[in-house]
Design a protein around this ligand. Sequence first.
Ligand code: ADP
Length: 666
Amino acid sequence: MIHKLLIANRGEICCRVIKTAKRMGILTVAVYSDVDQDALHVSLADEAVYLGPAPSKQSYLCADKIIEIALQVGADAIHPGYGFLSENAEFARLCEQNNIIFVGPPIGAIEAMGSKSAAKNIMQKAKVPLVPGYHGDEQSLDILKSHADAMGYPVLLKAAAGGGGKGMRQVWQASEFKTALEAAKREAMSSFNDDLMLVEKYLTQPRHIEIQVFCDQHGNGVYLFERDCSIQRRHQKVVEEAPAPGLTDDLRQQMGEAALKAAKAINYVGAGTVEFLLDVDERFYFMEMNTRLQVEHPVTEFITGQDLVEWQIRVANNEPLPLHQKQLTINGHAFEARVYAEDPDNDFLPSTGRLTLLRAPAESAYVRIDTGVQQGDEVSVYYDPMLAKLIVWDMDRSKALARLHLALAQYHIEGVTTNLAFLNKLTQLEDFKQANIDTGFIEKHQTQLAQYSGAQSSTLVPMAALALMLKRQQHKSVAQQDQYSPWSANNTWRANETYSETFDLLVNNESHQVCITQSENKHQLQFNINYQNQSFLCTGVINQQALISTINGHKTSLPFCAHDLGYTLCHPSGLVRFSAVAADLGLSEDNNQHHNFAAPMNGTVVAILVQKNESVVAGQSLIVIEAMKMEHAIKATKAGKVTEFYFKVGELVDGGAELLAFDTEE
Ligand code: ADP
């Protein structure tokens, strides 16, 4: 029996595991790095133990240290979450050697699925359908290319050790094969220290459908249906749903049974996910098996009414599975939207900063938020930039989608750039509503998705002006303490005249002129705000958290915060950043623009792609920076040549640092 569980992870998944463990009466132990000492996962756990410096290699990836801590605190089990050590067979072995239960599959199963090519060999033997391709050991250019030529283009090159979309390249014609192979190998080598490649037929319009499987130590196995994870950027999921729209019961059963066959082939135990590609002709192909809990497991929990972490703990306790296949049913529809600190307008580059405002929609039977951050937290370069998962449920897809839209409009984050507005826009697209989805959805709808033009409403400017006036009154009342003096009165009293003022204010980086007349009212300040020849009668109150305004009789309450660069109001259509100072506050998107060859953020140089003085064309990638587990290529804006690289591969760079010197071709 597990009495004390150490969670070898951080952030939302650690918090999520703690919740279930507590409900089951299990004591919890968190571990934390230097930058996480005040993190949510630390405060939620019964105990927390310091692990090491911020970089994961010195903290969350230190298998030895984690085992040592588990022994020291008397934890009898370790839950690895996902990422970090969750699919590390060596770590599972260390647990076993120290008599600690590893809440995950047997070592052999992790090893079997650790390499995409080895996994494919096993699945081929088990007669699970595979994407046509080559997954052997012969790795010469000629052999790999001859397989690609034989299966026909396009093909996909994939790193056998791959994950996170790294080491993957599409090849559309034979002439591109050599360059693509070199690039994929280089990326695989730097990411996984292993450049074994496989070649697959590239399906041009597939859906990513994965099956949740669960097996116990008594030979029982079930599948908890599927998740559609086709909405991806950089081959990584951003929106998932369950069940997969339009999947027939027959196909669901076929895929479920194939997934179980895959699990049985490696004597699987615990939670696992078998990923398939579903082609337009309804044929499905095994892609890989993830031997852990997936990020998107909550959608399965919503539609099945089960707690998968509880299942994991029960299985680890050697109990039989809580339900048989026949007892499992699908109820309603669920979506998960991953909220990332990233900039959709800048190639989804991760964003860092302090969360000056964080307002999530209220949780209910329909809305669930899994997060590991709180207002005031710093989003650093060290870990994955996912801030939260917003999960919604309702009786059918369209109702659930309406819940998702509402919840996204109620989700507000300031301090880092997020993908919230992008998610909102994406899920409002007609094709998404109609479930016309495949893995190329985001690319296909790029133009529409890029058209997001910020918060929209005719009353935004009057509202911002009102907020500024109210803030000013607040300052006055704090500054002037003589309550009997007319000069400190919190109203509009002026000797012999009505007070009127014209000023410029900056709203989402655009300048607007407003004329404000204050009128006397014993109980409340009233402002007549004239903007673009329209008159708005405004009253309101403001505090640290919200602006409650009535504009021409329409009363609303919007989250509000003050920060170093001005103020932000959270309108359902987007953030409204404003200030009375008519200067460049750096609040606009321009702020994100950096010198062409400056590091966009703190990170590590992972590749230099061209030689010094080699001629390059406009758009060609020159150097690659990795930060927050994502790569960002710095490209030539014009044709020319690099005359100097200021950093070497492996070196750390500060955000804003010049990376190279470039001579433009005349
Ligand atoms: P990783 O482990 O790096 O995440 P996967 O093998 O899981 O890589 O693939 C990630 C995504 O790449 C898939 O969800 C799918 O969108 C795309 N993909 C993978 N293989 C193929 C293929 N053969 N044809 C088309 N798309 C593919």
